[in-house]
Design a protein around this ligand. Sequence first.
Ligand SMILES: [Cu+2]
Length: 100
Amino acid sequence: MRIALTLAMLALALPAYAAGHAVQIKGMKFSPARLAVATGDTITFTNGDSKRHTATALDGSFDTGRLAAGKSATVRVTAAGKHDFKCMFHPSMKGTVTAK
Ligand SMILES: [Cu+2]
């Protein structure tokens, strides 16, 4: 009985309902720049610019690494809270992910 309960709790903890979000990088901007997500959700950043960019959380919670033109990367948000992010190459490019 105890084992069954543990398995049931594990199943609930799995990210079965994790949603995927998409952010376009275009014209030196993140679009959208502000996202509300649930902990465990993924965000796919796609670089539509001719320059390379990154989406790097200031708190280190996620980082796409260098994204060349036309490339995309998917990160998972595993920590709740407000995560400001920016492009490592262009500090004026900023955004915020808020995870519940
Ligand atoms: Cu950039």
